[in-house]
Write a protein that binds this ligand. Structure first.
Ligand code: G6P
Ligand code: MG
Length: 218
């Protein structure tokens, strides 16, 4: 059976973590506390709602439901301003090389992201046409490390879970891929993503021979 390939978005295809960080930091500052880059690491792969819950815990801020909802919207409006002018220059190195290799060989490709902004970002950077299926924060109810996002992607691709390969930069994402019984590839620090089956710092380290070996594996 053909292998299916599932890509996370933020931190795998584009480096939007820096924009998420700025928007959360602005909100934290407005609420009267600091939010550091180290703390932002906890937000990778985590839904917007859960991020705000963690942010408020960090700042020891109590919120009414109404304030919570307002801040969720405020953060996203701010984030949308940062990503408004994104273009192909923000695609992480060698991502198109791998997408092209898979497309040429007619392997189904899916996006599996927690973000509700995934589709417009793919459009802005010009990669939307590579994806046969998009499963994002608008389609799932359970956040990574729950495997729902990847299982749904496999189902929509028409590929068995065990024949899917997942590229992830978040610990929760690697765990989600592992619980879906997929082949997990960690993109980033191997010490952090040690649960992944394979690790690379970025796509420049991924050779097309490695991809071909994965394709050939039973
Ligand atoms: C990705 C990012 C997270 C972000 C989440 C929701 O998983 O890694 O940092 O919180 O998407 O993104 P959204 O664009 O819907 O706020
Ligand atoms: Mg990510």
């Amino acid at each position: 059976m053909k292998k299916g390939f599932i890509f996370d978005l933020d931190g795998v295809i584009v480096d939007t973590a820096k924009y998420h960080y700025l928007a959360w930091k602005n909100l934290a500052n407005e609420l009267g506390f600091e939010f550091t880059k180290e703390q932002n690491e906890l937000f990778k792969g985590v839904s917007r709602k859960r991020c705000l819950e963690i942010l408020l815990e960090i700042g020891k801020v109590e919120a009414t439901q109404e304030q919570f909802d307002t801040w969720m919207i405020e953060k996203n409006v701010d984030y949308l301003k940062y990503i408004e002018n994104m273009d192909a220059s923000e695609i992480l190195p060698d991502v198109p090389k791998i997408l092209e290799y898979l497309k040429d060989r007619k392997h189904p490709i899916a996006l599996g992201s927690a973000s509700k902004n995934a589709q417009p970002i793919l459009e802005k950077v010009g990669l939307l046409s590579y994806f046969d299926v998009i499963v994002d924060g608008n389609n799932v109810t359970k956040a990574k490390p729950d495997p729902e996002v990847f299982l749904l992607a496999a189902e929509q691709l028409g590929v068995n879970s065990s024949d899917c390969v997942v590229f992830e930069d978040a610990v929760a994402g690697v765990q989600a891929a592992n619980s879906a019984k997929m082949i997990s590839i960690g993109i980033g620090d191997a010490k952090v993503l040690f649960e992944a089956k394979y690790n690379f710092n970025d796509f420049t380290e991924i050779d097309t021979n490695f991809i071909q070996d994965l394709i050939n594996k039973n």
